[in-house]
Design a binder for this molecule. Structure first.
Ligand SMILES: *Cc1c(COP(=O)(O)O)cnc(C)c1O
Length: 458
């Protein structure tokens, strides 16, 4: 019956292949692995024909290769609705000032790059889950940005409820308001009396109770969802096609989600020279690419909190490909890492010459915000500044595009202090201060959270 559909398998090798629709709904494989296409397509012969496409049209061409069990007209509508929420006409404008190239990914509803993929994921959830009589209940944990972007992606959608766990009183005020001012009935903000680790631990425990997960139809929005990764691939292709030679990207990263999308784009044929992998002081990834040793450290709190991560969930996908799709080797590596806090790969010079990895400290982040403003009259947020600082350390012969992952107004204290005046503002955020809010505060107790879910799941 026609051509066969793309099959998605688990990095850990313990799952029968599924199609795109199932891959989106299950998020993570039942064996604990992450999903990837059985074979990555080669897009290189399509690229020239895509050069003139607007971002939304390119997204359609790229996504239909992967979402091949979704009707073309439906996919177009999902993408149109998703990117209509962006405040820029170009969706993700490439800003060029005297040789500084910044790809602004932060014009979505919550002013961070996560909107690009999550707006699409929300539409996919609604479409795929559409015919069901019971609600899909999305459960997520956030230290700040993911929660609001996930809420913005599903608010008001029929048949979907979202429950977000955040550490009460430990996010920034703006981050909390971006979640709690959303008053739609299907949005549930749970302030947990504890840390982000407590929230994440609660979420993991609840997901691992498979009977509960099934009874309450729990879905996940975290960055391991394949639909998020593949949507992010699009902007690498889009930006690379704005140039007539191979380009490099500088990517501020924490969970290895964003930079992994760049790696995939290049694997599928995009003209990418190098990927600068920029971490803040939480440098586990930078150390890995320098030494081949993946060793857990202690989480440092920095000016770029959305990258304060030690164990990068998406890294498993890279390792699987690096091990030539040998699940046994991957599982062995992960076991060693979980038992000993460190694991090592054999390497010759570096793990993959595509990556240039480096860690940027707090002082240099602030200096970069300041010097970029002075030299280019351009305001970077602290995450994007980590990327710009990292890129400046390497003598690249190709044009470098720095990914800007958040609007500076999301992190006004650090930005205004670096520049010495109040430049980091956004009317959307200022309006939040006077709006009504709703949240429920709960102790960090799995039973209490499960009871709340059970009572409120539809
Ligand atoms: C989430 C986030 C990042 C890190 O993205 P990863 O996919 O985890 O690498 C960087 N910057 C901002 C502003 C973010 O919200």
């Amino acid at each position: 019956m026609g051509q066969s559909l793309m099959r998605y398998i688990s990095t850990r090798g313990g799952m029968d292949p599924v199609t795109f629709r199932d891959a989106v709904i299950i998020g993570q494989a039942p064996d604990g692995g992450l999903l990837l296409p059985e074979v990555l397509p080669d897009l290189s012969s399509d690229l020239e024909g895509w050069r003139e496409l607007a971002f939304e049209d390119l997204a359609f061409e790229v996504l239909r290769v992967f979402a091949d069990d979704i009707d073309d007209a439906v996919l177009r509508k999902i993408l149109k609705d998703a990117f209509e929420t962006f405040a820029s006409e170009d969706t993700i404008p490439l800003v060029q000032v005297n040789g500084l190239n910044v790809l602004e990914l932060f014009h979505g509803p919550t002013l961070a790059f996560k909107d690009v993929a999550l707006q699409v994921l929300g539409g996919l959830f609604e479409h795929i889950w559409g015919g069901q009589s019971a609600s899909l209940n999305i459960l997520g944990a956030t230290s700040g940005d993911t929660g609001s972007a996930a809420i913005a992606s599903v608010r008001g959608r029929p048949n979907i409820d979202i429950f977000v766990l955040f550490p009460d009183g430990r996010t920034s005020l703006m981050q909390e308001l971006q979640m709690t001012t959303v008053l739609d009935d299907n949005v549930h903000c749970l302030g947990i009396e504890g840390t982000f680790d407590d929230c994440q631990g609660l979420m993991k425990n609840i997901f691992s109770d498979l009977a509960f997960k099934e009874e309450y139809r729990l879905g996940a929005v975290n960055s391991v969802n394949w639909a998020r990764v593949v949507t992010q691939v699009v902007y690498y292709i889009y930006a690379a096609l704005r140039f007539n030679e191979p380009v490099s990207f500088s990517v501020p990263t924490g969970n290895f989600g964003n930079v992994f999308a760049g790696y995939l784009a290049r694997s599928m044929g995009a003209p990418i020279d190098r990927l600068v992998l920029a971490t803040n002081e939480n440098d586990i990834l930078a150390r890995f690419f320098e030494t081949g040793v993946y060793a857990r450290g202690v989480v440092q709190h920095t000016l770029s909190p959305s990258m304060d991560i030690q164990v990068a969930s998406n890294f498993e996908r890279f390792l699987y490909l690096y091990f030539n799709r040998d699940s046994e080797r991957l599982v062995e590596f992960l076991k060693t890492f979980s038992e000993q806090g460190s694991a090592k790969v054999d390497y010759v010079d570096s793990v993959d010459p595509l990556f240039l990895a480096t860690s940027v400290g707090e002082k240099e982040t602030v200096e970069t915000i300041k010097s970029t403003y002075a030299a280019y009259d351009y305001v970077l947020d602290p995450h994007s500044a980590v990327g710009v600082a990292a890129a400046s350390r390497f003598e690249l012969t190709s044009p470098v595009i720095s990914l800007a992952t958040a609007h500076p107004a999301k992190f006004p204290d650090a930005v205004n202090e670096a520049i010495g005046k109040d430049v980091a503002t956004h009317p959307k955020l200022e309006r939040l201060i006077s709006q009504a809010t709703r949240k429920r505060v709960l102790a960090a107790d799995e039973k209490l959270v499960k009871n709340y879910l059970a009572e409120n799941a539809r």
